[in-house]
Design a binder for this molecule. Sequence first.
Ligand code: NAD
Length: 296
Amino acid sequence: MSKIAFVGLGNMGGPMAANLVKAGHEVHVFDLSEAALQHAVEAGAVAAPSAVEAAEGVEYLITMLPAGKHVESVLVKQDALLDKVSKECLAIDCSTIDADTARRLGAAAEARGIQFVDAPVSGGIAAAAAGTLAFMVGGSEAGFSRAKPVLECMGKNIFHAGDAGAGQLAKACNNMLLAIHMAGTVEALNMGINNGLDPKVLSEIMLNSSGRNWSLEVYNPVPGVQENSAASRGYEGGFMTDLMCKDLGLAMDASQTSGSPVPMGSAARGLFNLHQAHGNGKLDFSSLLKLYQKGE
Ligand code: NAD
């Protein structure tokens, strides 16, 4: 059993902290939202009055915050937790942020003699609750080895992507590819429907042909084709368009800093941004189909 601080108890962080409690760890939590803090206490965590107090004497410090500026604020600016934890503490940032900030935080931790890994997740709210997230970890081999047993309490697949920032880069590559194959799947299915094909039959054909891909396999964007898809629930829940737009912005940053051409990623970003601007930010990202449908 370890003493762990967990800062950021939102849609993802709340259930992740609850799984650490379930695994027998002593979890000290903090969030700016009183309601989020209360939920975590109900799950067995210990509420702290501030991030600084949550981090007192802990072996692990985990952050799960909206964006890079929040993580910087907690780790090196306002709360400056990296100045307050002991040298034996491992800092694990599970938020999805830009790789440059993750590298800067890795360097800031190293300068203080503290190990830091970036460990963004794939899987969404359901996987966070079920403890089946995938973690993409950036940092030293030693940092990865220390993080792994803790991450295993919250996830199923734990990958070491490379040095600091590599976890964020892997996440940006993955989500850019996800956006591209979802947009392609939407486009192909919509063309089939407009030409009189039954989307169920067309999906089955493409699933058994060379168009097969993850979006078609487990995330069909047409309502009624798959019983448990977000599309069949009115695009409620799932992975919000707002978050996909955020992740595509991070992918564009990664393409710029490395001079990598991403014409397909840019096109996908344009489509999702347009869909978001039409007021669909809170809908699941597979609702992109609406952008293509006649009369929309
Ligand atoms: P969320 O907005 O639900 O939760 C963020 C929490 O951080 C909030 O409760 C907020 O009060 C808290 N917070 C913000 N600043 C703080 C501070 N300074 N101190 C303490 N608490 C603070 O977000 P989420 O959906 O849980 O996502 C968290 C991260 O995980 C994001 O980076 C997101 O991109 C990523 N992510 C989300 C999903 C998803 O499906 N929701 C999937 C994969 C990755």
